[in-house]
Design a protein around this ligand. Structure first.
Ligand code: BTN
Length: 259
């Protein structure tokens, strides 16, 4: 199966993962890979099943927002069935760290994680993660790969970018997707045995927020200070100018910008 973005046969032929991508459901166009994955998971899809779309017509973002996902972007969701419970913020972090890893393996770019789960390159968002945790996990990853600046809706043009825009040439979606599978597979393997330190270290080392002066907005209030810690499980620790500490849990609906 071949489309303009992803050569799936190449991908599946090459892939050497334990679990992730052993089953792949691919369609040129889907409403949302998270929605399709949820249905497959409810119907008993195996651990590690991945849903991939060439483009999405109703891509979902966090907080009920929509996610722009034209041809030229990666839209994928993995279904995981860990033996022990994994919280949604940990699942989100797996997706975010995997997205950074895939970009680093395939390009010279330096992806940074903007709290909590936005992947930025050169100050603009290039990938996002939407995770859901119930009796199984869904980790949905969207990445702008070969999307031209003028293709983005006007309201995103200032804040979003794509790998091709930052590279000045096309990136390779099949390779990026293959790397995403590998990264997800290895992170999942460590998390599944209760080992979270690798994920936390990767999270911290890619953080664009840690150590910076930031403004955190939560439920209509703003807090300004220095982000003195970010941790997958505990959240964002802010030290205010008065020296007080405030912790924002990883699943709190905060908006963080650098001051
Ligand atoms: C965000 O930053 O708001 C999260 C964006 C997540 C987008 C991905 S694309 C694949 C998967 N399917 C969806 O509908 N959303 C996620």
């Amino acid at each position: 199966m071949m489309n303009g973005n992803v050569n799936l046969e190449d991908l599946i032929g090459d892939i050497e993962t334990n679990l992730v991508g052993r089953n792949v459901h691919f369609r040129e166009s889907m409403t949302s890979t998270n929605v399709v994955a949820k249905k497959l998971a409810e119907d008993g899809a195996a651990d590690g099943t991945v849903v991939v779309a060439g483009k999405q017509t109703a891509g979902r973002g966090r907080y009920g927002r929509s996610w722009f996902s034209p041809a030229g972007s990666i839209s994928m969701t993995v279904i995981l069935r860990p033996d022990r419970p994994v919280a949604a913020p940990v699942a989100s972090a797996i997706g975010t760290v995997a997205a950074c890893g895939a970009i680093e393996l395939n390009t010279p770019l330096s992806p940074r994680i903007m709290w909590p789960n936005d992947v930025f390159v050169n100050g603009r968002k290039v990938a996002g993660v939407l995770a859901e945790a119930s009796s199984y996990l869904l980790i949905g990853i969207g990445m702008n790969v070969n999307v031209k600046e003028k293709e983005f809706p006007k309201d995103l043009r200032e804040t979003a970018t794509s790998l091709s825009e930052e590279l000045g040439r096309k990136a390779e979606p099949s390779k990026l997707l293959g790397s995403l599978f590998l990264e997800l597979d290895s992170l999942y393997t460590t998390i599944a045995v209760g080992e979270t330190s690798i994920l936390d270290a990767e999270w911290k080392s890619h953080s664009a927020t840690l150590g910076r002066q930031v403004v955190v907005s939560e439920n209509g209030s703003s807090y300004e200070g220095r982000a003195i810690d970010v941790s997958v499980e505990e959240g964002l620790v802010l030290e205010t100018h008065e020296g007080a500490r405030k912790i924002f849990p990883p699943d709190s609906s905060t908006l963080v910008r650098t001051a």
